[in-house]
Design a protein around this ligand. Structure first.
Ligand SMILES: [Zn+2]
Length: 396
């Protein structure tokens, strides 16, 4: 068994230890020490990083036999005494989140009898999964109570007990472990069996902020941020809020309403634009027919138009065939990839759907339609290539 220094000295950042074993596992060097301050991934808390004998520690594993494996870049010898140093910023962040989780879970438990099923610590935030769905009001109440405990700066003690002793203690969650239990005691508020690292007083948590909650497997998943993480999230939201505020020139509390109003205005502008497009389409259609050349019994209009979307191109094509029954009209957008709308009048002979399939076969993209109207998009070619191919297909 490796002696776990972090069990009793969670604030220790450096230590000396003797190398007990060095193993090569799947190309990685696993170093076992007689004692360590490195926390291995377990109980929802990620491993510590740092250095061991000057070599970087990239992973720390909790083995079944009670030993801890340090994955290192170097290769120390068995019997060698090495100095370990923990990346304190990372560890302290984990201590804030983990202790905050105890306090928050205890608040949900004490206020509403809602148990915490599991805890996960990610790189930006952490989550607890609660046994039942909680309302927004319940979340706020638990958040309030948890922060009250933080600001009272209560001691967080580490205690050890036998399973028999623990059976008579008011543990929030019974432990499945055999042998001596390590207990984390948030004075007068929470007693839990836990092997993780915690701050020594609740004030060290700083603040517990709920990021959000959602339904999850019949219960709720609650995201929370403690201490430095809450500050980082605040900065992110502050900066994005300030940038948005600069664009909208409204106070933060009026922002949602302002965006809603803008969306409404944008929709009404689109309707107006659509109306203008339809009126202008008739004139565009007449201009195109006026410069078109007859080909046999048909009048052929093939062109690429700038500034028109699919609906606008369709309006022009439909106006053109209404204007002249023997017209076949092929309109591309002047974009890459290009949109295309094909329409034919009642007296024209070219199959619009077949023509579209011919263009797609040559230039890619997709689309569909019938003999009298077809449209597509995603055609990859220059405007002149598209126009030339459409004319060639109509002529053959
Ligand atoms: Zn814990």
């Amino acid at each position: 068994m490796t002696n776990r220094l972090y069990y009793t000295e969670p604030y220790r950042t450096a230590f000396d230890a003797t190398v007990v074993a060095v193993d090569l596992v799947e190309g990685r060097t696993h170093v076992t020490l007689d004692q360590t301050a490195f926390y291995p991934t377990s109980g929802g808390q990620p491993f510590d990083t740092g250095t061991l004998g000057g070599a970087a520690v990239s992973d720390v594993l909790d083995r079944e036999d009670g030993t801890i494996a340090h994955v290192v870049s170097g290769s120390p010898r068995v019997g060698e005494i090495v100095r370990g140093a923990i990346d304190w910023a990372r560890r302290f962040d984990h201590m804030q989140q983990h202790t905050g989780q105890h306090v928050l879970s205890a608040a949900f438990d004490r206020l509403f009898g809602v148990r915490t099923e599991s805890f996960h610590m990610g790189t930006a935030s952490a989550t607890v999964d609660l046994a039942r769905e909680v309302s927004a009001q319940e979340v706020t109440k638990a958040e309030d109570q948890a922060n009250r405990i933080v600001w009272e700066d209560r001691p967080v003690a580490i205690r050890f007990a036998t399973p028999e002793e623990a059976a008579n203690m008011p543990l929030r969650k019974e432990s499945l472990r055999t042998g001596p239990l390590r207990l984390i005691d948030v004075e007068g508020f929470d007693l839990s069996a836990c092997g993780g690292t915690h701050v020594s007083r609740t004030g060290g948590i700083g603040v517990i902020a709920i990021g959000g909650s959602e339904k999850f497997r019949g219960g709720s998943r609650v995201e929370f941020l403690c201490g430095g993480r809450a500050l980082n999230r605040f900065r992110l939201w502050r900066d994005s809020l300030a940038a948005t505020q600069k664009c909208l020139s409204v106070a933060p509390e009026e922002m949602a309403l302002a965006v809603e109003r803008m969306q409404g205005e944008s929709k009404s502008q689109q309707r107006t634009l659509r109306g203008f497009q339809e009126k202008l389409a008739i004139h565009e259609a007449r201009a195109l027919i006026a410069k078109a050349v007859p080909s046999g019994d048909q009048v052929v209009v093939v062109d690429a138009l700038e500034g028109w979307d699919a609906q606008g191109l369709k309006a022009i094509a439909v106006a053109a065939v209404a204007e002249r029954p023997n017209v076949i009209v092929v309109l591309f957008s002047a974009t890459t990839p290009a949109l295309v709308v094909i329409a034919r009048g009642s007296a024209a002979t070219t199959d619009a759907g077949a023509l579209l399939r011919g263009l797609v076969a040559r230039f890619g993209g997709k689309g569909g339609g019938k003999p009298d109207l077809a449209q597509g998009g995603g055609l990859s070619a220059t405007t002149s290539e598209l126009v030339a191919e459409a004319k060639r297909l109509i002529a053959t």
